[in-house]
Design a protein around this ligand. Structure first.
Ligand code: UD1
Ligand code: UDP
Length: 380
């Protein structure tokens, strides 16, 4: 029986890999050996605990304020040692983190086929998001099987010369994860959120972490949030703060003492999806949140200059607003105070998946190993 090794290390990879791990473990065609790099620690463990994923190997590479090179070298070194005595028949890497690209390189050096989940996303700017656009392009060069979430991402790969037969459109596994989690009404561990949920007050849910936004841009985001809180006393801003100290020390100072801003630790995935469902508006620079919020019909303002996820922008649920402080304030104000504008963005759309991405992934893996046939591609 072929052994498949999912390799992941950060929160979003863990969320998006969980449905695949579950499908592999349920299957009688494959053995599944889970390896985590530990690029994230608390934020990774939080997800694995929720989905009941127990890693077989943990490289435990996290360092505070780690450099990109440290993540890359520590991951390749750890996997290199692992592959000398535990060589899977294929590895699966997810998305565009440095863990995923390092995993692809280490596997390639050991002649292990690489399966790339969430393949083919492109912003078209090598430096934004940084380093993710480069990471995902590098991984595409090494992959044997490309699992594109949408037909747009498949077209990107084919335009770069990837053989269409090596691409399967699966939908994004984040929608599988979301659909199995969002309805569960998991209690908030932070009592302020449970109280807020019972009041029915309007919530602006905010997340930020992108490397290219760190520094002055994030200070501006903090000031924008403080101005929104002052101007809209009935609104409550909820900000689950990323663990990165570079994020906390720039965004949070401007928020201190504001009665209608709640800053929390990263929310466990079940709590976060419940907060997404409660939110009136979402303001974010996250990739995964851009995919999830549209399926819940939430208007999303994306604090970035570009996106590799154009599908929900085209559907009208996501707007790219850049990172300028005044613009952030203006765009939130518009959504709060112009009902027609809010209504035009508050459409539930599912351009990223139908909850069956893990099933299509399993079928594509079966075809790769001559054990079955792929199933029909995901279409909207
Ligand atoms: C990483 C990914 C990014 C992804 C994001 C999801 C890279 C280069 N970046 O960015 O693509 O969008 O994860 O959140 O792969 N930290 C902790 N505990 C944790 C997590 C982080 O203490 O559980 C702190 C550490 O000080 C760490 C820092 O946050 O050095 C940054 O973590 P890192 O993984 O390097 O970058 P992210 O910004 O999280
Ligand atoms: N998320 C979470 N708790 C939080 C914030 C986000 O579980 O407090 C989830 C969110 O639902 C999404 C994923 O984390 O699935 C996105 O992770 P992140 O924004 O860190 O990374 P990105 O998607 O930008 O790579």
């Amino acid at each position: 029986m072929p052994t498949i090794m999912p390799i992941f290390g950060t929160r979003p990879e863990a969320i998006k890999m969980a449905p695949i791990v579950a499908a592999l473990q349920d299957s009688d065609l494959f053995d599944c050996v889970v390896t985590v790099t530990g690029q994230h620690r608390e934020m990774l463990d939080q997800v694995n605990e929720l989905f009941g994923v127990v890693p077989d190997h943990d490289l435990n590479i996290l360092q505070q304020r780690q450099s990109l090179s440290a993540i890359m070298t520590r991951t390749i070194d750890g996997l290199d040692k692992l592959f000398t005595h535990d060589k899977p028949d294929a590895v699966i890497v997810q998305g565009d983190t440095t863990t995923s690209t390092a995993g692809a390189i280490a596997a390639f050096y050991h002649s292990i086929p690489v399966v790339h989940v969430e393949a083919g996303l492109r912003s078209g700017d090598l430096f934004s998001p940084f380093p993710e656009e480069a990471n995902r392009k590098l991984t595409s060069q090494l992959a044997s099987l490309h699992l594109a979430p949408t037909s747009v991402s498949k077209a990107n790969l084919v335009a770069e010369g990837v053989d269409p037969h090596d691409v399967v459109v699966t939908g994004n596994t984040v929608i599988d994860a979301l659909l199995t989690t969002v309805g569960k009404k998991i209690p908030f561990t932070d009592h302020r959120l449970e109280e807020l949920a019972s009041t029915g007050r309007q919530i602006l849910l905010v997340t930020t972490h992108r490397r290219e936004n760190q520094g002055d841009t994030m200070r501006g985001m903090g000031r924008a949030l403080a101005r929104i809180a002052d101007a809209e006393p009935d609104l409550v801003i909820v900000l689950p703060a990323h663990k990165n100290p570079a994020v906390r020390e720039t965004v949070l100072p401007a928020l201190e003492g504001k009665p209608n801003i709640i800053v929390t630790e990263p929310l466990a995935y079940g709590e976060f999806t419940r907060m997404l469902a409660l939110a009136h508006i979402v303001l974010t620079d996250s990739g995964g949140v851009q995919e999830e919020a549209p399926s819940l019909g939430k208007p999303v303002l994306v604090m970035r200059e570009n996106t590799e996820r154009p599908e929900a922008v085209h559907a009208g649920t996501v707007a790219l607003i850049g990172t300028d402080e005044d613009r952030i304030v203006k765009e939130v104000d518009r959504l709060l105070n112009e009902q027609a504008h809010f209504d035009s963005m508050a459409n539930a759309v599912n351009p990223y998946g139908d909850g069956k991405a893990a099933l299509r992934t399993l079928a594509a893996l079966s075809q790769l190993f001559g054990l079955g046939l792929r199933v029909e591609d995901f279409t909207v």
